[in-house]
Every structure is written in C-alpha cells, then in structure tokens.
Write a protein that binds this ligand. Structure first.
Ligand code: IVH
Length: 739
C-alpha cells in the first residue's frame, strides 16, 4: 500500500480508544446512587456526563453500550431532578435539545467567512488536470491529498464559544444560505444528537482551541465547525412512509428532506426525525484547518464530532482512483447518500499558496459520481384506484435502467405533483433512485433532443374503472372514487383484507381475487364468508385442494379479532397500531362505530384527523351494513378492553431510598398509572412512605407524623392488586393508610 497513511478500513479512525467503552472506562464521573440525601448538583452532573457519553456512543460512534430503555431511564431521572431543582438547569443539558417555542422565521446571519462551493471533476482526465494545476501552483510546497466522501446533504456551520472555564458551548448553527449570509437554525440544530451542545475544557485544551483570539471578557474565544447534515436512508424511508400515510407527497430524496427538516419552524418535528452531522472543517481565527486537513479531521473526532470514517491520505492520482473505485462499489451499503468524493490538499501552507477562484478553493475538488438517474420517456399517465378509492396517477415509462434496476413505471402521488413538474404523456423525464428507495421523477427535460410531451394530463371526472363520478374534498389534494362497490376498490380491499398482517387469508392471491370479482361470486368482502367449495371449483385453475385450503383460511380468519377486522375495513389512517388502540379502548365494534369524534380523540395517540376518519367511515350506511353482515357471518367483533387502573386512586405516596427492582422514576410512573399521586415530601396528607435501602430523613419524618410505611414488595403487591370499583377502599391486604 503506497498511501501515506491508511486508516479508512476502520470505521472510526482516531476514536477506537473511545468506542465501546463503558462510562467508567471512558473516565465519565461515576453515577452516584440516586439517594435524595446526595447533593443534587453532583447527581445532575453525573447523569449529564453519562447521558452525553451514551449519546456519543450511539449517535457519533454508532456503538451503543446500553439499551434505549436504560438510556430513557437515565434521561427521566435527570428530567425529574431538574424539575425539582430548576436552578440546576443549563442549556447544554441533554434534556434541553428541544428548546423554546417555534420561531416565526429564521434570522439571517453573515458567515465568518464565505461558505464556498467546490469545482467538479467528472472523469479521470479532469482529475489529472486538476492535480497538474495543483502541482504547478504549489511549487516546492508539499502536495499530499486527503480524500473524503462527498456527503449528499446540506452544509452547516456550527459556532462554539469558549467560556471562562474553558468549556465550549454551541451558540449558533447557520445554513449555507447564499454562501455569504446563512439562516440561523440553532434551535433545530440543537436537536441533532451528533452535534455536541458543549465540549469539556480538557478536550478543548488538548485541541489547542483555547489559544484562539480573545473574544471578550465573558467569552474567552470561539471556533467554528463546518460540515454536512444528512438524513440516513433508513430515517428517510421511515419519515417518508409517515408522510405518505398522512396523505402528503413523499420527499424526493434524503437531501431535500434533510434541508426541509432543518428549515422547518417546528423544532419538535426536527427532533423526531433523525439527522446526522458530519464535521469536515475547523475555522479558527478566521482560517481553515491550521494544522492541515488530515489533522483537523482527527481533532474533530477527538472533540466528539462525527467524522466520516471513509477517508484516507494519498500522494498520487493513481491512489485516488483506486479509492474512488472502492468507494463507488460500497456506495449502496453506506446507509446514507453520497454523490462523489472530495479531494483536498492536506497542508494549510499549500492551501494558502493555491488560494481561491471566485466561488471555490483551488486546493479542493469534488469528483462526482454519475447520478443514479436516467432519462426516459413517459408513454402515458394511467390512473390507479386504491382501496380507499384514492386515484393515483402512474407514469408508464419506456423501461429504463437506473443504478442497475429496471424501472417501468413511477407513482406520481397526485395531480398537483404532475402540474408542478409539468409531466405529460410523451414527456422526457429524469428518473432518480435514492438508495433502495422507490424511483421518482425529478424533472421534465425539454431540449432539441427531448421535445415537449403532447398529451396533457387531465384528472378524470369519472373513475376509470367503475365510471362513477369522482370527488375531491375541499382543501384536499387527492381525488377519490366514492363508489364503495367499485371493482378496483374491491380488488384492492380484498388484497388488503386478506393480507398476512390483517386477516391472514394467504390463499387469496391477486389472481383468485380477480377471478372472484369477475365471476361475480364476490361483490363485497363479506361474500368471502359465504363461498362454497363448489363455487370455487367453477373457477379456472382452482382445484379441490386449493379450494379447501382457502376456505379453511377464510373460516379461520373469523377469529382474528376486532383489531384485525378494524384494520381490514381499510379506514383511512387506521393501521395496526391505531386498530389495536381502538379495539382495546372500546372493546367492541358497536362501541367503536358509535363513538363520537370527541370520544375517539380521547384515546391516547389518536389525533383529530384519525378520529374524523373513523367517525366518517361509520357515518356511511354501506359501511355499517358491511360491518353488520360480517358480524352476522360470525366474525369476532370484540376485544379485551384495556383495564383502566385506578387501584391507587386517592392515595399519595412519597418515595425514599433505593429500591431493588424499580428505579424511583419507574415506581413513580407505575403509581401514577394506577391513579396514585407521588409527592416529594412527607406530610400529614401522605398515605404511604415507600421505603427503600438507605432511606433518608423522610423516614424519621414519617414516623413522627405516623404516616404508614411500606417497602417495595408491598408497593408491588398493591400495584398488582385488581382495581377496586371506584369509591371502594383499597384492598384489605394493603396496610392501613395514615390520616
Ligand atoms: S468541503 C470550500 N467536504 O459539497 C468548501 N464539502 O459541492 C467546500 N460536501 O457545499 C466544502 N461532503 O455542502 C466538503 N467532505 C466534504 C463534503 C462537502 C459534502 C458538500 C458541501 C459543499 C458541497 C460543494
């Protein structure tokens, strides 16, 4: 290997010493027992230390050493302590990533120095030309290159200030904007877990960042980290599925989604989506990377930033070409999008000698990979009818290979999307595939070789399948076929109803469903349950064995239960989770179908949109008739109702000491879930003091006030006891409450 240093093979170069370490091994302050007698400031500091360490393990190194549940427990403990001691709250606490009310708009802020762009090379020849220019201009200065992935996201500048104690705090996050002036998206940036909100003084000192110029009496100095924000592909896929489920058009690619997310005014939403930040530049005293690019990336790693591990230093273009080939091969398995490799001159002295053209440094170049996109022609725009009756346009394409996959048609979401892109029958379009995500049309191309399309798209006024009029609800983007008997809807409904995750009628495949509809044997989902073997045997290619099998599965599905039937009805927005919530809350189809919107929104996790959809569904007489018929045919329409816990109603608990099975926070949650209250101090109103190991002064106070004391097993027994009817006293086995 002739590379100067080869460290790209390890996932986290420069950080192995910190990867997969327990907090103790990483030198994190030991977690004191959460004894209320201990100094709260010490507990808070230790909890924050631990949480930061685990955030770093998870979000920077991708190597968590505790479970999500354990992390949540620590976080809840910190939240509880901070609530009890608001004076201890600091903006860099891990609890404070989501801060403040949404902004009205983002302030415009000038960059410390312009955020430049890069010149591109598209092939070996262009890369060699650039290398020659670099060598010509560098004279006798060293030319060593650092190659990094060109992450396909948006650039971001993070400003840190170093306080009198030598710690750095994130004070600002700016988008690139026009390169000179960016937008202040600090509140959103704070929610990106791989962005440190603060950096301990020891790390700042080790990186010699505290020797930067004085910025005033309060703020000793500052520095800036620049890098790229990306949305990992799995997060992109998940968030896009949620958009589609909520009736919104999906984002075209992870970069757009990341950019849109970072620029939304709803910080809560940003916090919910996963964005990652990869650092690649340090700006200090107005200069880039004084120690050189390679050393800077090491420094950023040691400061706790996520730095992309796929990087290396090279002396020649030949070595770089090998790196490019290797990178392109692994492109699909990275888990995030890249559009090339950035090659930078390592030494700052050489960089300064090479200088800048108007918009880009001469000391760096972006080698662009060919996009996983291709140009093809739209044969026609067809309309498909979904199970909810939604009309979805579909562009039928002249088949084209995009990144190794043949694409023959692309879903277009809705008419607005078609109008926005200007797609017509005959249009030439660029089709793109992001990761393993569904292909989409990015743009229409019109030039000398690609004439404009000839068949404008007009949304039909009638369903293309049943020819009944279609409807577009006010304020909605989508158009629906509202004929519940539409064969297209019915076919989709049958497919959905019989799906493994719904009623699990495996033998009812696409072909059989089609045959059943065409033969008229099935005109509604309910007809499945009256099918006979003789009827099935009249269909082509249906034998005795398969007829028996499918009939057995249909019979079996009668016991699937309320949640599955609710799902199977295809009510908009009612997927597995919502169906289960409805079933366990209402217990019967009668109760669900007669629930008012107000009653529906009272169910946890069910919002007004879903409540309205459920209510509207049961307002339609045909839907009610279908449900009644299914019930008559013997489908199980009940579910076990969630027990409302109220066994601790009217009781107030105080907790002291350490418990052996529950954390204090868990005990509190359980008591509250069972209708009890938890208070921080013992008074005459306290029903029980729950005493753990090493109980503090509260025990003496309880004895003084004659408050009943119980231990953890007694608390668990009370929690496990069946709920008494409202108004009844707590079960006799529980100790007598005081007062
Ligand atoms: S260096 C002089 N390094 O690519 C500033 N940029 O096409 C040049 N990008 O705006 C930036 N990965 O948003 C650099 N490893 C990387 C990068 C990278 C992605 C983006 C960046 C920049 C754009 C230029």
């Amino acid at each position: 290997m002739s590379a100067v240093k080869h460290d790209a093979s390890s996932e986290n170069p420069g950080s192995q010493d910190e990867a997969l370490l327990t907090p103790a091994e990483a030198g994190v302050t030991p977690l004191p027992r959460l004894d209320p007698a201990a100094d709260p400031a010490t507990q808070v500091a230790a909890l924050r230390d631990h949480l930061r360490h685990h955030e770093y393990q998870y979000y920077v190194l991708d190597a968590p050493t505790i479970s999500d549940q354990e992390y949540d427990t620590l976080m809840n403990q910190l939240k509880a302590l901070e609530a009890e001691h608001p004076d201890l709250l600091t903006p860099d606490s891990p609890t404070q990533r989501v801060m403040g009310a949404p902004a009205e708009r983002f302030a415009k802020v000038a960059h410390s120095r312009p955020m430049l762009s890069l010149d591109n090379a598209y092939n070996e020849e262009e890369l060699r030309d650039w290398d020659r220019r670099v060598h010509d201009l560098a004279g006798n200065l060293p030319v060593v290159y650092v190659a990094e992935l060109k992450l396909d996201g948006l650039s971001l500048a993070l400003h840190y200030e170093i306080n009198a104690r030598g710690e750095a705090h994130l004070v600002r996050g700016l988008t690139r904007g026009d390169g000179s002036i960016g937008e202040d998206v600090t509140t959103n940036v704070r929610t990106i877990r791989s962005v440190p909100l603060s950096i301990p003084s020891a790390k700042i000192h080790k990186a010699h960042l505290d020797s930067s110029e004085d910025a005033g009496p309060e703020v000793k100095a500052g520095f800036e980290i620049r890098g790229e924000v990306v949305m990992p592909l799995d997060a992109f896929k998940k968030a896009n599925e949620e958009r589609v489920a909520a009736g919104q058009a999906p984002a075209a690619n992870p970069r757009n989604f990341a950019a849109g997310t970072l620029r939304t005014l709803d910080t809560q939403l940003v916090a919910k989506r996963r964005l990652d930040f990869y650092g690649y530049f340090l700006v200090i005293n107005g200069e880039y990377n004084p120690a050189g690019q390679h050393a800077t990336l090491e420094t950023l790693t040691s400061l706790g930033f996520r730095v992309n591990p796929h990087r290396d230093t090279f002396k020649s273009v030949d070595q770089i070409l090998a790196f490019l080939a290797k990178t392109e091969e692994s492109r699909d398995s990275l888990g995030y999008e890249i559009d090339g490799v950035v090659i930078k001159v390592d030494s700052q002295a050489t960089q300064l000698r090479l200088g800048y053209t108007g918009r880009a440094p001469r000391w760096a170049i972006a080698y662009k990979f060919t996009a996983r996109a291709a140009v093809t022609q739209v044969r026609e725009i067809q309309i498909t009818v979904g199970r909810t009756g939604k009309l979805t346009p579909l562009a039928v394409l002249v088949p084209v290979v995009v990144g190794g996959v043949t694409v023959t048609n692309v879903g277009l979401f809705n008419a607005d999307e078609i109008a926005r892109l200007g797609i017509m029958g005959g249009s030439w379009v660029r089709v793109q595939r992001a990761g393993d995500v569904i292909p989409n049309i990015v743009e229409v191309i019109v030039d000398a070789e690609h004439p404009e399309g000839t068949v404008p798209f007009v949304l039909p006024t009638h369903c293309p399948v049943c020819h009944q009029p279609v409807e577009k609800a006010e304020g909605e983007v989508d158009t629906y076929c509202i004929n519940i008997d539409c064969p297209a809807r019915l076919w989709q409904s049958l497919m959905y109803f019989s799906h493994r995750g719904v009623m699990n009628i495996e033998g009812l495949g696409q072909v059989l469903a089609q045959q059943l509809l065409e033969s008229g044997l099935v005109k509604s989902i309910a007809d499945l349950y009256t099918l006979t073997e003789d009827q099935l045997l009249t269909l082509e290619r249906v034998g005795k064995k398969s007829a028996e099998a499918v009939l057995a599965q249909i019979a079996n599905s009668k016991n699937a239960g309320l949640a599955r039937v609710l799902m199977g009805l295809g009510i908009p927005f009612v997927g597995e989770r919502t169906a289960e919530l409805l079933a366990s809350e209402f217990g019967s189809m009668d109760a669900v179908s007669n629930a008012s919107v107000d009653e529906l929104v009272k169910v946890q996790e069910i919002g007004p949109k879903v409540a309205a959809a459920v209510h509207d569904f049961f307002e339609i007489p045909q839907n009610r008739a279908l449900v009644a018929r299914l019930a008559e045919l013997g489908l199980k329409m009940t579910a076990e109702r969630k027990q409302k816990s109220n066994q601790l109603e009217g009781l107030t608990f105080v907790l002291t000491g350490t418990f052996s099975t529950l954390s204090r926070e868990e005990a509190k949650e359980k008591i509250e879930a069972a209708g009890g209250k938890v208070s921080g101090s013992v008074s005459k109103k306290t029903s029980y003091l729950v005493v753990g190991e090493d109980a503090g002064s509260k025990l003496a106070k309880a004895q003084e006030l004659k408050v009943a004391t119980i231990d953890e097993p007694a608390l668990l027994a009370m929690l496990a006891a069946p709920s008494p009817a409202i108004g009844e006293p707590p079960s006799e086995s529980a100790p007598e409450p005081a007062g």
